[in-house]
Design a protein around this ligand. Structure first.
Ligand SMILES: C[S@@+](CC[C@H](N)C(=O)[O-])C[C@H]1O[C@@H](n2cnc3c(N)ncnc32)[C@H](O)[C@@H]1O
Ligand code: SF4
Length: 367
């Protein structure tokens, strides 16, 4: 079984921090883009059963009703499994009743909203064009129409953000009572307004304290911390993101999208011109068995429960503990194990990236 990611690279407004592949919404361009997307899917999709589908962006909800209908018509090509997860990303400022009803009619069963912060001054600072009352109104509407599986994104570690600000943010998000919360520490990325304005990320130790505050508050309030930056109510983990972290196959369609099919990891072009000329793929990475195992470790250890030792053995016919310096990492307490799994020591989760560097590019004769 496979999964599908579809990128819709249009937004009504460009946020100050965002380095994603996106353009201002333009009706003529959207039409051409959807035509090219249809062609890309028809040319590359081989008819596999699809268990998770994710439409991200950009902002898919900035498309108008007829464009969304066209998008859903394109998506009918996929052979969806009986049990599936179908997510669409939305932005509070351009989602309305008609669009939410259209999602429901077209089998969407999970909605992800970029909320970012509940503080109106910070929303303005981030370049978001709504206030928090609109978020509350739209979440209420989404629930009223019958969606139970809702994610909200939170950005923290903003310059000048205090612990008190963050705590208020979390409390207000908790009041929304959604099934999933994704958290992101603000990164100042090239090609963004913040980068041009020379904004600075906050100090690492404050970032770490803020992360700990988020983890403890969300866990106290019934959310399971199941991946470094992701929290969910029981049974509402993101199946689509778990496909990534479990190193399983997925198609990526659309501008700048990436995919992993049959031992090839690929990334599509970010040039709209090339994409509209049907030159989709930009980079291909052919994976050796060693590369695949390296990905399995780097992605798998992002999950708080870690990697299942028996599943790993069944997949690669090799004992995970014989790889790289895993035994040493267990001895020095960076990794831990129980009867079924090996996982990053929860107290070391903040230096996870450093620990994962152990599995990049090193020779290992067993692989
Ligand atoms: C594609 S956007 C979400 C959907 C929609 N476009 C929106 O903004 O509402 C994915 C998420 O990545 C996070 N994000 C993007 N750029 C970031 C950055 N530079 N630092 C931290 N988080 C970032 C934000 O939380 C954002 O909601
Ligand atoms: S954060 Fe979302 S709405 Fe803002 S520019 Fe990026 S993709 Fe567009």
């Amino acid at each position: 079984m496979h999964s599908v990611y579809i990128h819709i690279p249009f937004c009504n407004n460009i946020c100050s921090y965002c380095a994603f592949t996106k353009f201002y919404y333009n009706e003529e361009r959207v039409k051409k883009y959807l035509d090219a997307l249809k062609n890309e899917i028809e040319t590359n999709y081989k008819g596999e059963v699809i268990k998770t589908l994710y439409i991200g962006g950009g902002t898919p909800s900035c498309l108008n009703i007829s464009e969304l209908k066209y998008l859903f018509d394109i998506i009918k090509i996929f052979n969806l499994d009986e049990i599936y997860e179908f997510t669409i990303e939305v932005n509070p400022e351009n989602i309305d009743k008609e669009k939410i009803l259209l999602f429901k009619k077209n089998k969407v069963n999970r909605i992800s909203m970029g909320v970012e912060t509940t503080n109106n001054n910070f929303l303005k600072y981030l370049g978001r064009k709504y206030d928090y009352n609109l978020v509350k109104e739209k979440i209420k509407l989404i629930k009223y129409i019958g969606f139970k599986n809702i994610n909200v994104d939170l950005i923290y570690a903003l310059p000048n953000e205090t612990f008190n600000d963050l705590e208020k943010d979390i409390n207000k998000l908790l009041e929304l009572d959604v099934s999933h919360i994704s958290t992101y520490s603000l990164m100042i990325e090239p090609h963004t307004r913040f980068y041009i304005d020379k904004e600075k990320e906050i100090e690492e130790d404050i970032d770490w304290e803020m992360y700990k505050l988020i983890c403890s508050k969300l866990k106290e309030n019934g959310y399971k911390h199941y991946e470094v930056s992701n929290f969910s109510k029981i049974g509402y983990e993101s199946c689509h993101n778990l496909v990534y972290w479990n190193n399983e196959h997925y198609y990526g369609f659309g501008l700048g999208a990436s995919g992993y099919i049959e031992n090839i990891r690929y990334t599509n072009t970010t040039s709209m011109k090339q994409y509209l000329e049907h030159n989709y793929k930009e980079e291909l990475e052919y994976l050796s068995n060693k590369d695949i195992i390296s990905y399995e470790l780097i992605l798998g250890f992002r999950k708080i429960e870690g990697i299942n030792k028996q599943d790993f053995y069944n997949k690669y016919n090799i004992d995970i503990k014989s790889l790289y310096n895993i035994k040493e990492l267990l001895e020095n307490g960076n990794l831990k194990e129980n009867s079924s799994h090996i996982f990053i020591n929860y107290d070391k989760i903040y230096i996870e990236n450093q620990i994962l560097m152990n599995f990049v590019g090193e020779e290992n004769e067993k692989v």
